[in-house]
Ligand binder design. Structure first.
Ligand code: HMG
Ligand code: MG
Length: 294
């Protein structure tokens, strides 16, 4: 799941034009990615960078068809977001909860229980409309406000998202403090409640553990991973904050493990270099930098 156009750009302070976002998504699709999270139907007061969500979906619908089908899921935190997303053409949405109360309040302005109650009508409507729903869970290792989060607490909220009808639950190490050992303990607790085939790893690379955590999760049996082209993400003004593990790095790892991804790594590296240049900063992908230096 490529999340660069959403998780990567949502905190970007400079204006990124709709045309640039569409070109980014198109290049990612041409590189062979089949799941690209395109935007968020959240409040533009909270996340101004995603305010062009309807234009993004309209632009994607107008793109010439590719040889492979591409899904463009979008975030929807409540019914208002869901209805706007579906009206704009979304066929797959993602709801997002947190495993810590403090993060839930800061991110979506409600408790964990209130967030689940807000998602219930979204799942019902989606089932009626034939729209797929992915469930995100933040702070699966630690919370920036509360510290370490117990694996059992993660498993409890993940199970609620799954039981509501998520086709997959994406486990987010939001602040990137996880290591293969803590990730494995968390996965053991979650896998007792949800089949491993319906889990995804969403690892931020703040402490440089992103690739290691993908590998640990792959060995655990996970086959779905979220990543961001060029490691986009994080706030340029927040000390130490970084984006998701870079897509180029994850693809290099997976190809090295003999996995077939259908992704053209050279095209991905070119795309990472291009968007980094547009944003005026070096790529955070080690693989991208190394391959371009050759
Ligand atoms: P709220 O202020 O509590 O909402 O925000 P409200 O229901 O009280 O409504 C207040 C106003 O917002 C009203 O407008 C609503 O219509 C409007 P007003 O009457 O004042 O003009 N509103 C909306 N507008 C557009 N779209 C909507 C929507 N809903 C209400 N969907 C809300 C609650 C959830 C909306 C807000 O807190 C919000 O938008 N939060 C988004 C936060 C966000 O996008 N965070 C980043 C994504 S999550 C993430 O990055 C983590 C992840 O990557 C995994 C990981 O790494 O951990 C997924
Ligand atoms: Mg994230």
């Amino acid at each position: 799941m490529e999340v660069g156009p959403r998780d990567g750009l949502q905190n970007e302070k400079q204006v990124v034009t709709t045309a640039t976002k569409l070109e980014l998504i198109q290049r990612l699709a041409q590189a062979g990615l089949r799941e690209i999270e395109a935007t968020s139907f959240v409040s533009p007061k909270w996340v101004p960078q995603m305010a062009d969500h309807a234009e993004i979906l309209a632009g994607l619908a107008a793109l010439p068809p590719l040889a492979h089908a591409v899904n463009y899921p979008v975030l929807a935190p409540n019914m208002k977001g869901y209805e706007a997303a579906v009206a704009a053409g979304a066929r797959e949405v993602a709801v997002f909860a947190a495993a810590s109360e403090a993060f839930s309040q800061k991110n979506i302005n409600c408790s964990i229980a209130e967030s689940i109650a807000r998602f219930e009508p979204v799942f019902s409507a989606a089932q009626h409309d034939g729209v797929k729903v992915r469930g995100y869970l933040s702070c699966v290792i630690a919370c920036p406000y509360e510290g370490p989060v117990a694996p059992q607490q993660v498993a409890d909220v993940a199970a609620r998202l799954f039981d509501l009808g998520s086709y997959e639950v994406s486990l987010g190490d939001t602040i990137g403090t996880g290591t293969p050992a803590t990730v494995q303990r968390m996965l053991e607790a979650v896998a007792a409640r949800i089949p491993v085939a319906q889990l995804a790893g969403h690892y931020h690379d703040t402490y440089g553990m992103g690739v290691a955590n993908v590998h640990a999760s792959y060995q655990f049996g996970l086959r779905s991973f979220d990543s961001s082209i060029a490691g986009l993400g994080g706030c340029p003004y927040a000390k130490g904050a970084t984006g998701n593990v870079a897509t180029e790095d994850v693809v290099y790892l997976l190809h090295g493990l003999g996995a077939e991804t259908g992704i053209d790594l050279d095209a991905l590296v070119d795309t990472g270099a291009w968007i980094s240049e547009v944003l005026g900063r070096p790529s955070q992908s080690r693989v991208g930098r190394a391959m371009l230096a050759k």
